[in-house]
Design a protein around this ligand. Sequence first.
Ligand SMILES: Cc1ncc(COP(=O)(O)O)c(C=O)c1O
Length: 394
Amino acid sequence: MQLSQRAQALSPSPTMAIDARAKALLAEGQDVINFSAGEPDFDTPEHIKAAAVEAIRRGDTKYTAVAGTVALRRAIADHVAEVAGVRYAPEEIVVSVGAKHSLYNALMALVNPGDKVLLPVPYWVSYSEQIRLAGGEPVFVPLSPSRQYRLTVEDLEAHWQPGVVGLILNSPSNPTGAVVEPREIERIAAWVQQKDLWVISDEIYHRLLYGTVRHQSIAALDGMRERTIYVNGVSKAYAMTGWRIGYAAAPKALAAAMAGIQSQSTSNPTSVAQAAAVAALTGPQDVVETMRQEFERRRALAYDLLSGIRGLRPVLPDGAFYFWVETDAWVGRTLAGTVIQDADSLAAVLLDQALVAVVPGSGFGVPHAFRLSFATSQERIREGISRMARLLNA
Ligand SMILES: Cc1ncc(COP(=O)(O)O)c(C=O)c1O
């Protein structure tokens, strides 16, 4: 059997080696501290679980409309109007099996073979692979560490080329936590219109902001609603990663195209999870704020501890729950008998010698940094980063 060219072209996840090794160590009973998680460690709030139980009892266990129940699309429309400042009709919303699925539908509906899509680097790994799956080609836009990886129009202008049809914007960013300043979002919106591009705006971390930083949704700016696909979901804000509910909001014809693609693949997302998502979006919102405040405390703790480690430069994130840690100073040096060539080899030594798992930056398009998730308890953060310090400061 011959695999399709599409399947063969998919990059194997560069984080898999570390992941497999971490799992093997855990299976041996070793106390590995896992800083690689891309999900909140909190449990889903009780009232959300209760809504799912009630949906099962009520018999909401059948197919729903492909794009999601009317109740959920209405709840999403109200929620997006409130938090992003842009009003969509329920027919302009497609609920999917996670935001990752929404992104996939959007790229499938927009990208033709050979189309180029601007992708700021470091990027969340699924973007590049999904662009390729759709037959397109990512055009990488390296971001500047001196600006804490915040995207600017100048970055985009320097990498624009004929054949570019769109831009993927992810603010707050996974993996850097960077939030593009509102003023810069306005400049990007003007530039995108001048170049006649569409924007996929992945705002899945926008409820997790720290300090005084403000988030501006590009969809809410003049002239942008008709060329933006707004993507969000309940995974990160409501600790609902396993429920698999994400959504896209877009002009009606595009929303219909995305629903059409979904109708021939997954059909509707799980009916019960949709009922839970209604409860998340329309129920008490203090649960989000409670989790955000705890993330903010962990961020301060981790920043203090990481800043004391030789040769590491942590970037203080404005949003999400990741530290992007630059490791350039370690390249070429020897640690525990291993010559450090890049963050992959540094991460391997951290795992073997300190039993700490981080995600090397190669998976995000940057070889000399790693991502450390602070979606774990303060106690584990203290213990894990202390272990790193003992090894690297020795
Ligand atoms: C930037 C970004 N977008 C989208 C997703 C997908 O979220 P989900 O499919 O759980 O809704 C993630 C998850 O890690 C993410 O980091």
